[in-house]
Design a protein around this ligand. Structure first.
Ligand SMILES: [Zn+2]
Length: 179
C-alpha cells in the first residue's frame, strides 16, 4: 500500500513503475495518515469521515498487505499551505483543517531557523512523513500486524524537481535509493 499526495507530479504507479494490480494507493492532500480516531458518539460517526482510515483498514484487514509506504514529496502545496498564512480557499477551509493535524510535526522540528523558507518546508515535509508513520502505529490493527512481523512500515520522499526517490532507513534518515 502506498499513501501518497494528490499532487499530479507524484503518481505512485509511475514512481514505482507498477502495473495495474500491484499497488493499493490512497492519496490525500499531503500524504497524511490521521491518528486513529474511532467514533465515540453517534454525532461523531456522522461528522467525522475517515477516507484514509477506511483504505488502511481495507488494506491491512482484508488484503493483508505486507508493506505500507508513506510517500512524501518536495514542493508539497499542502505543507506550504500549513506553513504560510494564506487565506482559506473557501469558507469551509477543508485544507486548513486537514493540514492542522501536522502541528505535532511542526513542533518537532521547532521554529524556523536560518534555513530559509524553502529549507523549512523541506524539513516539514520529512517531519510530516515521520508523523504519519507514528500515526499508523496508533491503529490497533496496524500495530498488531507490525508486531506480529506481517507488516512493515516505510517512509519515502520523491524530489519532484530532481526526480530522485529517497527511502527512510532504520535510523530515520532519508537516503537515495541505490541501484
Ligand atoms: Zn503534496
Amino acid at each position: 500500500m502506498v499513501i501518497g499526495c494528490v499532487d499530479s507530479r507524484v503518481s505512485p504507479e509511475v514512481i514505482f513503475d507498477a502495473a495495474p494490480g500491484e499497488l493499493l494507493v490512497a492519496r490525500n492532500v499531503a500524504n497524511l495518515v490521521p491518528a486513529y480516531e474511532p467514533p465515540s458518539t453517534p454525532e461523531q460517526d456522522i461528522s467525522h469521515q475517515h477516507g484514509t482510515s477506511a483504505a488502511l483498514e481495507f488494506a491491512v484487514r482484508a488484503l493483508r498487505v505486507q508493506h505500507i509506504v508513506v510517500l512524501g514529496h518536495a514542493f508539497c502545496g499542502g505543507i506550504k499551505a500549513f506553513a504560510s498564512d494564506d487565506a482559506p480557499l473557501s469558507s469551509s477551509d477543508f485544507i486548513g483543517r486537514w493540514m492542522r493535524q501536522i502541528e505535532p510535526a511542526a513542533e518537532a522540528i521547532g521554529p524556523r531557523a536560518d534555513e530559509g523558507e524553502e529549507g523549512y518546508l523541506r524539513k516539514l515535509e520529512f517531519a510530516s512523513v515521520e508523523l504519519s508513520l507514528r500515526n499508523l502505529m496508533t491503529f490497533p490493527f496496524v500495530r498488531k500486524a507490525v508486531e506480529a512481523g506481517g507488516l512493515t512500515l516505510h517512509g519515502a520522499y520523491f524530489g519532484v524537481a530532481s526526480g530522485r526517490l529517497l527511502v527512510r532507513n532504520e535510523r530515520g534518515v532519508f537516503e537515495p535509493v541505490s541501484g
